[in-house]
Design a protein around this ligand. Structure first.
Ligand code: ATP
Ligand code: MG
Ligand code: ZN
Length: 286
């Protein structure tokens, strides 16, 4: 019998199956199995030969709190645990059209201005530069010094950013549109999301920059690839809201640098997202 060359990967949770099925047994989602090529060299146990002895140390050490950047969008800073930790990776998930791109464009516009302006880069694989410029104009942010590019190939992104003069803050909108050209599978598949995410996260750690990854999450889970990213990143935020309703809630579902019981409330307006600093009054009034 010849060895199988492909398997079926759940695009929601990453579980793998030899045969196709309509439903993933592992996470219960429907229509989420996609055929992907198996790696050609099977992973073997590495063994200990030639390995280096580890230096174990005590739990006590020089404790330095990591530096944090503030966007001055207080609701966002608070949900992140008091600003963004240098070298940390934040996944921002949410339904289509909920306002992910708007929130992050407003955040980098803030971070790139003020007393200590940061170098901020916004890379979109979904929208053209002109589309983002139009949004910036509508939000009154066209004067900010955010550097904008449209790209999808991770190799191009690393060539531009993985340098000594790496930016302080990078937004990737969205991770499902990014691909590494060493893999055959299409952008958005679990394999690509995981590989592209891994490369970008490594770059952020190496260059000590804050990395925001936008991820689409659909209720049906048809293409909820970012699930596999949740354990690779430091912070996972979900941006939620009701269709036809202007209010949006940002919540942290995971945070290595803060609590996860904070929520931020925003209102979507023509000029972008406005903070709602006292949401309890508002919800009571409704
Ligand atoms: N002129 C406008 N006036 C008011 N609200 C607007 C206007 N244009 C866009 N919006 C709001 O912005 C939302 C789109 O925001 P944004 O593009 O940031 O969402 P997104 O989550 O990035 O979407 P996608 O999943 O398509 O990337 C719209 O659904 C709408 O609520
Ligand atoms: Mg968007
Ligand atoms: Zn699954």
């Amino acid at each position: 019998m010849s060895k199988p060359t492909s398997h079926f990967v759940c695009q929601s949770c990453g579980a793998t199956y030899a045969k196709w099925a309509g439903k993933c047994d592992s996470c219960g989602q429907w229509n989420c199995l996609v055929e992907e090529a198996l790696p050609t060299t099977p992973a073997k146990s590495v063994g200990s030969k030639g390995g280096r002895q580890l230096d174990f140390t005590s739990l006590q050490g020089k404790v330095e709190l990591p530096a944090r950047y503030l966007s001055n969008i207080q609701e966002l800073d608070r949900v992140c645990g008091g600003g963004f930790v240098q070298g940390s990776v934040i996944l921002v998930g949410g339904d289509p059209g909920i306002g992910k791109s708007t929130l992050l464009l407003q955040a980098v516009a803030q971070l790139s201005s003020g007393k200590d302006p940061l170098r901020c880069v916004y890379i979109s694989g979904e929208e053209s530069v002109a589309q983002i410029q139009r949004r910036a104009k509508r939000l009154g942010l066209e004067g900010s010094s955010v550097e904008l590019a449209s790209a999808m190939n991770v190799r191009d992104i690393l060539a531009s950013l993985d340098t000594a003069s790496a930016p302080d803050v990078v937004v990737i909108d969205s991770i499902q549109t990014m691909f590494v050209d060493t893999l055959d599978s299409a952008p958005g598949t679990v394999g690509q999301v995981r590989a592209a995410g891994h490369e970008l996260i490594e770059m952020a750690k190496r260059r000590n920059c804050v990395l925001f990854l936008v991820g689409h999450v659909t209720k049906e889970g048809a293409l909820a690839g970012p699930r596999v990213l949740e354990h690779m990143v430091d912070t996972v935020l979900y941006f939620e809201g009701d269709r036809g309703h202007h209010f949006r809630i940002l919540r942290a579902v995971k945070n290595r640098f803060g609590a996860t019981d904070e929520i931020g409330v925003f209102e979507m307006t023509e000029q972008g997202l406005k903070q709602v600093p006292n949401p309890s009054a508002l919800f009571l009034a409704e």
